[in-house]
Structure formats: structure tokens, C-alpha cells
Design a protein around this ligand. Structure first.
Ligand SMILES: C[S@@+](CC[C@H](N)C(=O)[O-])C[C@H]1O[C@@H](n2cnc3c(N)ncnc32)[C@H](O)[C@@H]1O
Length: 341
């Protein structure tokens, strides 16, 4: 638990960093050996569970979350050496310029984008955990330097500049600092771990001791689209190789990845199917919010169909994510549903 406080923090919609003490309490009450973090996002919960001694499997349908989880949760011992850091932050190994060209006047300065291309020219020849750490540090650098951490806003973002150091330092400097954070976060566990990329419905193993579900919170209107907000980080995780770019969009997005959890029209069906899929797990723990649909009573009913003993815990939580800082903050209850046999 103490170790989880040094996790290199990615500002991510729905990240459970602030709920760490509560989640750690729930997991230690439940015990068990194996835990699935089925919607891993920033990777924080899987890392927390590893620090508590679980054999963790993490999964997300986006690719960059599995790169981060691999670097810092699956990896037990590899760190990025000073030599490799110097190489990646030094002169480019080739003349690639995809990021510099594609995102000109969209994201970052010319120098920062040139650094991303140049860093990739070296990372392309790495493999294993060294590659994952380098990519995670590059992803976290880009996320920290982008105002509000989301890639829905682009062009001249001077009005978001609140003088924060994260917005001032170059991506090259960020990279050196972020690598140091990832290096420091690596620790050994006696239990095996794995990081997967895929839809939750495609997971093969289902009988974990604890299954933790943190799906997108389907809002009453609109949808909870992660690709729209984090498309740049997703592309950066594999240099957009083989990916379609929607050049007509202002932010040069990649196509949205459909999720049954993101919309109010499909969420109930998605939850019902997910609970049923994990009916053989020791316990199902799910995070959800009171400003999403369906409500707590309906979730209790759906979860109760496979796990007869459902307990709901509530934590007050201020949402200030995805809205402008000066906009009204919505007070919401964060729920944790715990389903047991
Ligand atoms: C609320 S976030 C998880 C946040 C995470 N617990 C953390 O602490 O950062 C929801 C995640 O679900 C992923 N997701 C959405 N639909 C999915 C699906 N059908 N299968 C797997 N992952 C999905 C999104 O990419 C997003 O990362």
C-alpha cells in the first residue's frame, strides 16, 4: 500500500488513485491469491494489488494501458540504464518525422514533437521491459505536458497555461524524470503477473479469486469515450503503425473503439453479461458512480443474480475531471459493489 504511493501517476478519467486506501481495505478483507483488473486504464489498481501480494492479471481494450502495466506491474526487476536514457535523449537514430508532420499545430512545439520521433527511433530497436519502460515514460511525458491531460483540445493552448512546471519543461526533460519515476517503481513479487490487451468479453480465464471491474461510467447523456480523450497516447504506444488516422479531424484522431459500457443504451446488457462471465470468481468488486446509469439499486440487482451477497460502500468524491476547472464541480458518490457467494 505504501509502495503504491510512488506509482508514476497518469491523470486519467476515472483513475482510482484517490480510492487506494478504500480499495486496499476491500481487497485485504477478501484475501485470495489471484486478482483480475479487467479495465486497467492507468494501471494503478493492478499495481496496488501486486504490492498487496496478489498474482495480478490486468486488461484493457486500449493498448497503452497494457504497455504501462507491463513496465511497472509485470516487470519485477528491469530498469532503464543511464546509457539507454542518454541514447534515447540524444541524436536520432533515423530521420523519421511522422509525429512532427502529422501533429504540427495540433499538439506540442516543433522541438517536442521532434523529440518524440527521435525517441521512437531508438525505442523501435528495444524489446521486452526496457521498451515498455521507455514507452511508458514517453506516454506519461506527453500526458503531463498536455494541458488537462486530454487530447480533445489542440492548437494554441496558451489560455490553459497556469505556469505549472509540467507545462514548461521540454518533453526531453520530462522523459528523463518520468523514466526515473518508473525505474523507482519497479519491484519484485513472488507471484506471476500478466498484462493483456482486449475486450473484457474476450478474456479466457474467469475464475480469479477477486475480479475487479472499473468500466467506463455510462453518463445519462453523451458517452464515455476513452479513445477521443487519449488517442494520442494510444498512437504513441505503437507509433501509429497500422492505425488509421482521421485526417479530417482537428486533433487527428484514430477511430473510436466501440464499448458496450460507454453508452446508457447498452450498459445494462454489458453489466449483466460481465457479471455472468465472472460468476465463478471468488468475489466480484465493481467501482461505479452515482452520476452514471444505471443506479445502485439496479446494479445490486444485476450483480445479485450471480453473487447473492452484495454489499455497497459509498465514498464521496469530487469530480473535476473532463470539465474546465472553473466549471461547477459535481459532487458524486463513488460506489464500490462487493459481490460474494
Ligand atoms: C474507468 S477507466 C479505468 C480506470 C482505472 N481503474 C484506473 O485506475 O486508471 C475504464 C477503462 O475501461 C476501458 N474499456 C472500455 N471498454 C472496455 C471493454 N469493453 N473491455 C475492456 N476495457 C474497456 C477503457 O479503455 C478505460 O481504460
Amino acid at each position: 500500500m505504501v509502495r503504491a504511493t510512488i506509482y508514476p501517476r497518469l491523470r486519467y478519467m476515472g483513475s482510482k488513485y484517490k480510492l487506494a486506501p478504500t480499495l486496499a481495505g476491500v481487497f485485504s478483507e477478501l484475501g485470495g491469491e489471484s486478482l483480475l483488473d479487467a479495465f486497467s486504464g492507468s494501471g494503478f489498481v493492478g499495481y496496488l494489488a501486486k504490492s498487496m501480494g496478489y498474482a495480478v492479471t490486468s486488461n484493457d481494450y486500449l493498448h497503452f494501458p497494457s504497455v504501462i502495466s507491463s513496465a511497472v506491474m509485470v516487470n519485477d526487476s528491469v530498469v532503464l540504464s543511464d546509457e539507454l536514457i542518454a541514447k534515447i535523449t540524444g541524436p536520432a537514430a533515423d530521420d523519421r518525422d511522422f509525429i512532427r508532420r502529422t501533429f504540427k499545430d495540433v499538439f506540442f512545439t516543433d522541438d517536442d514533437r521532434a523529440f518524440l520521433d527521435s525517441a521512437w527511433s531508438h525505442i523501435a530497436s528495444l524489446d521486452g521491459f526496457e521498451r515498455d519502460i521507455a514507452l511508458s515514460a514517453l506516454i506519461l511525458s506527453a500526458a503531463r505536458k498536455q494541458p488537462r491531460g486530454v487530447f480533445t483540445i489542440s492548437g494554441d493552448l496558451e489560455n490553459y497555461n497556469d505556469g505549472r512546471r509540467d507545462l514548461r519543461i521540454s518533453l526531453r526533460e520530462h522523459f528523463r524524470e518520468r523514466v526515473a519515476e518508473y525505474n523507482q517503481a519497479v519491484f519484485a513479487s513472488a507471484k506471476p503477473a500478466q498484462a493483456l490487451t482486449g475486450d473484457v468479453f474476450d478474456l479466457e480465464k474467469t475464475d480469479y479469486d477477486v475480479v475487479y471491474l472499473d468500466p467506463p461510467y455510462a453518463p445519462p447523456s453523451d458517452d464515455a469515450d476513452y479513445t477521443k480523450r487519449y488517442h494520442f497516447l494510444e498512437g504513441l504506444s505503437d507509433y501509429w503503425i497500422g492505425r488509421e488516422i482521421m485526417h479530417e479531424t482537428k486533433t487527428k484522431k484514430i477511430p473510436k473503439k466501440h464499448s458496450l459500457f460507454a453508452s446508457r443504451f447498452s450498459i445494462e446488457d454489458a453489466l449483466e453479461r460481465t457479471f455472468d462471465k465472472f460468476k465463478d470468481a471468488g468475489a466480484i468488486v465493481m467501482s461505479y458512480s452515482s452520476n452514471a446509469v444505471p443506479d445502485d439499486a439496479r446494479i445490486k440487482e444485476l450483480l445479485g443474480a450471480v453473487k447473492p451477497n452484495v454489499e455497497i460502500r459509498q465514498i464521496s468524491h469530487q469530480y473535476h475531471f473532463g470539465t474546465h476547472t472553473t466549471a461547477t464541480r459535481r459532487a458524486a458518490q463513488e460506489y464500490i459493489f462487493i459481490g460474494r457467494d
